[in-house]
Ligand binder design. Structure first.
Ligand code: ATP
Ligand code: MG
Length: 256
């Protein structure tokens, strides 16, 4: 299994999880790392960002259902030429996961079984785009990951959720996954406003050890990039440079 598996998670919606997953992945690929992105969200935004069109090939839901049933897990890995990353897509059928996982044996480790297959051994980094929830799918991500990045939008109420997610991570670390660590809290969508400054101050007071050095600014480039299905790291953009800095920070966190 790949040594570096990162879950990008926050139970709050719209904070930049998918944008971070795709662009961190693309930035790591640019520096020569072999990257596989996993779409673990029923909304399948990450798949859309990578230009995925459903052609009936197996997706993450098919892989997890088969792992639950003990069958031979199909190969759902696709290649995205433009951004030079591999990925496993998702679709709305993943919403049935709550149901079949609730009845599964060792239900929090189904994704771990999927990612244990030899086909995932070649990757330097596997990055999981989590959905906005701390339910069983997020538990599966935390059970297989060794690092978590928590994007936090620098807006009002953004910090209210941090206690919840850090608690869950602590519980998973204390039970099924001792190697799990928080890589950091990543401030996203920074603006030149009092609100952003206040949130940044509170973050550095309350979460100083967890606060990442890299910050992601607010820019319409993010939406354009998703629309064009091209990562921010390929052109010359401010956000692209910030995501490249994030990739360097993540490399350093893992020891280079
Ligand atoms: N740095 C940024 N500046 C401005 N807009 C951004 C930025 N990052 C992301 N966005 C936009 O904000 C919206 C939410 O971003 P994204 O989809 O990455 O969040 P998410 O946490 O994955 O959301 P969800 O919880 O729905 O999965 C998208 O429209 C995206 O284009
Ligand atoms: Mg998302």
């Amino acid at each position: 299994m790949s040594k570096k598996i990162i879950a990008v998670a926050n139970q709050k919606g719209g904070v930049g999880k998918t944008t971070t997953t795709v662009n961190l992945g693309a930035a790591l690929a640019l520096i020569g790392k072999k990257v596989c992105l996993i779409d673990l969200d029923t909304q399948a935004n990450m798949s859309a960002y990578l230009g995925y069109e459903d052609n009936g090939s197996p997706n993450i839901n098919d892989m997890m259902i088969t792992a639950v049933r003990g069958g031979e897990v199909p190969d759902g890995i696709l290649h995205n030429e433009k951004n030079n990353v591999d990925y496993v897509p998702s679709d709305i059928n993943l919403s049935s996961a709550d149901f079949y996982l609730s009845q599964a044996l060792a239900r929090e480790s189904v994704l771990k079984r999927v990612l244990s297959a030899d086909r995932f051994a070649e990757y330097d980094y596997i990055i999981i785009d989590c959905l906005a929830s701390l339910g069983i799918l997020a538990m599966n991500a935390f059970t297989v990951a060794d690092g978590v990045i928590i994007p936090v939008q620098t807006q009002k109420f953004a910090l209210d959720v941090l206690e919840g997610i850090t608690d869950v991570i602590k519980q998973i670390k204390g039970t099924v996954n001792p190697k799990l660590e928080i890589i950091g809290i990543l401030p996203t969508m920074l603006t030149n406003t009092v609100m952003t400054r206040e949130i940044m101050n509170t973050l550095s007071e309350q979460y100083s050890e967890l606060l990442m050095k890299t910050h992601i600014s607010h820019s319409v480039e993010a939406a354009y990039s998703a629309q064009k299905q091209t990562s921010l790291c390929l052109g010359n953009s401010k956000l692209g440079e910030e995501y490249k800095a994030l990739a360097t920070e993540v490399l350093m966190w893992y020891g280079g």
